[in-house]
Design a protein around this ligand. Structure first.
Ligand SMILES: C[S@@+](CC[C@H](N)C(=O)[O-])C[C@H]1O[C@@H](n2cnc3c(N)ncnc32)[C@H](O)[C@@H]1O
Length: 302
């Protein structure tokens, strides 16, 4: 399997790795970014998180020559429970890995027919089958609207209820198609893309994890510590952009005259005024990089 790590050079440059620093890869995947971090470390250490045990086992094999890495099978939202000290940099390369997307049995893709699954963490109970076959029409409509920005959310939810039980990704694609007008079916792009994205986000609680991480990241970092995040869809990127802006701007209420001691200085400095996108060269090589956008912040000295 060909595996690319998206925005590899750009993300590593922005992490500004110190050879004796402590770093976190919150989304180890197949270890592409972790490998490059480890190559830059000397006495430093890397903590690597992933919810997917299968990916973690493959990454462990790939990175077996390194002893200064600790593997943690948990959601990156729970980082604070595992880190023994503050760190100098945290990387999140969000979304699914090529392993998850290309492996038929994981049920992430509309390209293959497989049981509806989509769990990153295979020990988790909730899967796409449960959502598709037991959630109410209103709940499904909300998921497709909020996480997929699907304009035909309600119609698709109704069709799903009429066709239960729906066992496989292939069956779900047919049900989605039956809910869409011909005009939409003839447009570019797969007709099930938005619903599949929405289900994946709901199964894995992806936006909740990201929000929880962003709310807590200040407390995890040393001074001058950096957070670098690569997003693949607009909902994630909007969350990152909004939180980074909040952390890097003065939050005091400008309407009220404040004593000097009351002025709340921003705790972070924005390193990317505009999100960074993949270069022409990377876009040619790697389809997945087309939707990638990278943003970074640095904790300021107090
Ligand atoms: C895009 S891949 C990372 C690829 C990796 N940077 C590389 O170069 O090989 C994303 C990985 O993050 C994991 N993941 C996504 N959300 C997570 C979360 N909230 N907590 C822990 N792992 C997560 C997925 O299971 C997947 O393996």
């Amino acid at each position: 399997m060909k595996h690319y790590s998206v925005l590899l050079k750009e993300s590593l440059d922005l992490l500004a790795i110190k050879s004796d620093g402590v770093y976190v890869d919150g989304t180890l995947g197949l270890g592409g970014h972790s490998l490059k971090i480890l190559e830059r470390l000397d006495t430093g250490h890397l903590y690597a998180f992933d919810k997917d045990m299968e990916a973690m086992e493959l990454a462990k094999k790939r990175l077996k020559e390194f002893s200064n890495i600790t593997y943690i099978h948990d959601d990156f939202a729970n980082m604070a429970d595992h880190l023994p000290c503050k760190v100098d940099g945290i990387l999140l390369d969000l979304g699914v890995s090529s392993l998850q997307f290309d492996e038929r049995a994981r049920g992430f893709s509309y390209r293959f027919d497989a049981r509806l699954d989509m769990r990153m963490d295979q020990s988790q109970k909730l899967d796409a089958y449960t959502i598709v076959n037991s959630y109410s029409s209103d709940e499904l409509t909300r998921i497709f609207k909020d996480y997929g920005e699907e304009p035909f959310a309600k119609k698709i939810a109704q069709k799903i209820l009429e066709n239960r039980p729906i066992e496989t990704t292939g069956e779900l694609v047919e049900v989605i198609k039956s809910a869409l007008p011909n005009k939409v079916l003839s447009q570019k792009g797969h007709p099930a893309k938005r619903v599949f994205q929405a289900l994946r986000i709901a199964v894995n609680g992806e936006l909740n994890s990201l929000e929880q991480f962003l709310a807590n990241c200040d407390g995890l970092l040393n001074e001058k510590g950096r957070v670098v995040i690569i997003s693949f869809q607009s909902l994630e990127d909007r969350l990152v952009k909004r939180h980074f802006k909040k952390l890097s701007t003065d939050q005091s209420d400008r309407q009220i005259p404040l004593a000097i001691s009351d002025i709340k200085r921003p705790s972070f400095r924005l390193l990317t005024k505009k999100g960074i996108k993949a270069s022409e060269g990377e876009l040619d090589e790697n389809l997945r990089s087309h939707s990638a956008i990278l943003r970074a912040i640095e904790k300021v000295e107090s």
